[in-house]
Design a protein around this ligand. Structure first.
Ligand code: DX5
Ligand code: ZN
Length: 215
């Protein structure tokens, strides 16, 4: 069970300090948005590289951008240990996953809430992680979508059936209230943005979320 806090709701004027507040994080989740794939804009590889240099916690990049085939490799070069592209924004997901792995990072593929997992069953072995969005991507602080829970269960049984080591990540509305439902359905990596950064003690919240997920 791993907790990967998203810095989307952190203070962007002080990202180095914000990342330093959560030493217990397993990964730092960096949400890259281009104002095309989603109606919001954050930062690109230069900023991600600066964040990467500021911490020893590995970075988990979530690319909510068009042209992922062309752009994703730059995030491996920027120092990310894991790079997630959206299948809805990728022309050749198998080729891209192989390229990310060949460059030395974990390759991960994200699905929006209404995108089915079934068409990708045979490519699970190409992926180190699958990210199932539990809100529509674009903004922090949205309400967790329970309708994704059956897809989490189906993804977990597919992974078990194929005997793959692929991690199953959830992102969106994950909190002390919703994390147990996700864990019970089979998720093992949990992104939490507002739950962590709106807490008085963000690092204590990271540990509290992990405790809830394993309970
Ligand atoms: C939303 C982002 C998430 C976001 C999660 O599109 O991908 O990573 O930061 O924020 P919360 O945990 O507040 O839903
Ligand atoms: Zn995200």
């Amino acid at each position: 069970m791993q907790i990967t806090p998203s810095i989307l709701n952190a203070d962007f004027a002080a990202l180095g300090a914000e990342v330093a507040r959560i030493p217990s994080a397993d990964w730092i989740h960096v949400d890259v948005m281009d104002n095309h794939f989603v109606p919001n804009l954050t930062f690109g590889p230069t900023m991600v590289e600066a964040i990467s240099r500021s911490t020893s916690v590995p970075l988990d990049a979530h690319l909510m951008i068009e042209n992922a085939d062309r752009e994703a490799p730059a995030y491996v070069e920027a120092g990310c240990g894991s790079v997630t592209f959206h299948v809805e924004a990728t022309k050749a997901p198998v080729r891209l996953a192989r390229e990310i792995r060949a460059k030395g990072a974990r390759a991960s593929m994200a699905l929006k809430p209404a995108t089915p997992i079934e068409p990708y069953e045979d490519m699970l072995a190409e992926l180190d992680m699958v990210l199932l969005m539990t809100v529509e991507p674009g903004f922090g602080g949205q309400k967790f979508l329970d309708l994704v829970l059956p897809k989490i269960r189906r993804a977990r049984s597919m992974m078990d059936k194929h005997g793959v080591e692929t991690w199953l990540q959830v992102d969106g509305g994950v909190s002390l209230e919703t994390i147990e439902r996700c864990a019970e359905a089979g998720a093992d990596v949990f992104v939490a943005g507002s739950a962590v950064y709106s807490a008085d003690d963000p690092d204590a919240m990271v540990n509290a979320l992990r405790d809830k997920a394993v309970s």
